[in-house]
Design a protein around this ligand. Structure first.
Ligand SMILES: Cc1ncc(COP(=O)(O)O)c(C=O)c1O
Length: 404
């Protein structure tokens, strides 16, 4: 066991700092990470200690984990293909299931083609390292996901952030840099995963056209949740076809694992042959591939899920606001509850946990100091009783802690 007080080198120093913070959180009963649940997660979840909780932190926005049709597809794939792909996509790992999934995604995204990677994180790294390098510039929203930053770091391209959703700042950077680089790639999350607000697609697109930049959008939190039928940001703004590089994950509304890029046929074929995570990392396993295909079908065949999700978001967010909580600029199923202080955020989490509500605290360094919050997430399958229970717990805990 490492003694936090003996610092021998940089690694020991980092471990020591981590251990001190972890132990202080545990001593104060404020440690909420790595909490094991059992069974399928839906609008309610069973903790390992047997407690039944309202699940208010899952990315499974449509409540599709455990959907019989999706599970059947996964079982059938195991029966027919076994449990592993046995190699990388470019060489021995491609099956007809992968081809079918890519066709299904292309149809859902309304693009010519799509290619699938082993995670959403890997997909962002694959896109940015595959398509940009030294001599190129990436401009990204300050709140873009970490995998976009990591893609830039690996690619060798120059990169800058623009202030969150600040289109005049983006324009300033474009005007300053246009003509100086071989490619300028603008990258934004469609729904920002910590704040729950939506990117300004119309202005971003207009600026990209004006300055000759390419547009990449990360749809991790908008596929299945945004737009009247859950087809994402282009449906939301009625701008189908406006994004050059459409990225999404298979791990949130789609109850599987993996990520994808959808785009023109040549672009996708280029990525299949040139992006390192496609060439050097194993293909998705058959069960997860088949589950993802079935999930896209279910989203289109069961439109009530998206409608109910939107209804639940309206009811819940209005309920929180009526109690006096600050939900920032969220208009989506990701609803932050701003507290602004790390200790109080942890205390609020504890009180909600004790009242049967599973929530996640988000504190520095994940968000700037003073912006500590809970990030809550709605699901299509939350019942009126779940939402009432959650709001009652927020009211009680918020009043007890003097937060509302
Ligand atoms: C915006 C965004 N992009 C990408 C990812 C990575 O996706 P995955 O978890 O499928 O690797 C996440 C994960 O939370 C995300 O929020």
């Amino acid at each position: 066991m490492l003694d936090a007080t003996i610092v021998r080198d940089g690694i020991d120093a980092r471990l020591g700092e981590f251990i001190a913070r972890r132990e202080a959180m545990k001593a104060a009963n404020r440690y909420f990470y790595l909490q094991p649940t059992v069974g399928r997660t839906n609008h309610r979840v069973e903790m390992k200690d047997g407690r039944d909780m309202v699940q208010l932190a899952s990315y499974s926005y449509l409540g599709l984990i455990g959907h019989p049709r999706i599970e059947q597809a996964a079982h059938e794939a195991i029966d027919a293909y076994g449990t592993g792909a046995g190699g990388v996509r470019l060489l021995t790992g491609t099956t007809d299931l992968h081809e079918r999934l890519e066709e299904r995604i292309a149809a859902f995204a309304k693009r010519e083609d799509a290619c699938v990677y082993s995670s959403g994180y890997v997909t962002n790294v694959a896109i940015i390292t595959g398509l940009t390098g030294p001599g190129d510039l990436v401009l990204m929203d300050k709140l873009d996901h970490a995998s976009i930053v990591d893609g830039c770091l690996l690619s060798g391209a120059k990169w800058h952030t623009y202030r969150h959703n600040d289109m005049s700042h983006l324009e300033k950077l474009l005007a300053k840099n246009a003509g100086e680089y071989s490619t300028i790639l603008v990258v934004a999350d469609s729904v920002f995963s910590m704040d729950g607000d939506v990117m300004d697609l119309p202005t971003t697109k207009a600026l990209c056209e004006r300055y000759g930049a390419r547009l990449m959008v990360d749809e991790a939190h908008s596929v299945g949740s945004l737009g009247a039928t859950g087809h994402g940001i282009e449906e939301h703004f009625d701008m189908v076809g406006s994004i050059d590089l459409k990225m999404g994950t298979l791990s949130k509304s789609i109850p599987s694992v993996g990520g994808y890029l959808a785009g023109s046929r040549d672009l996708i074929d280029f990525q299949r042959h040139m992006s390192r995570p496609f060439i050097f990392s194993a293909a998705l396993p058959p069960a997860q591939t088949a589950a993802a295909i079935a999930a896209f079908d279910v989203i289109e065949d069961e439109p009530w899920r998206v409608q109910q999700l939107h209804e639940n978001c309206r009811t819940y967010t209005a309920g929180l606001k009526a109690q006096g909580w600050d939900t920032m600029d969220s208009t989506t199923c990701v609803v932050p509850v701003l507290v602004g202080d790390e200790a109080k955020t942890m205390d609020l989490t504890r009180m909600l946990f004790d009242r049967g509500i599973f929530v996640c605290p988000i504190v520095h360094p994940a968000v700037p100091r003073g912006m500590d919050r809970l990030r809550t997430c709605l699901m299509a399958t939350h019942t009126a009783e779940d939402i009432t229970q959650a709001l009652a717990a927020f009211a009680e805990a918020g009043a007890a802690l003097g937060l509302i």
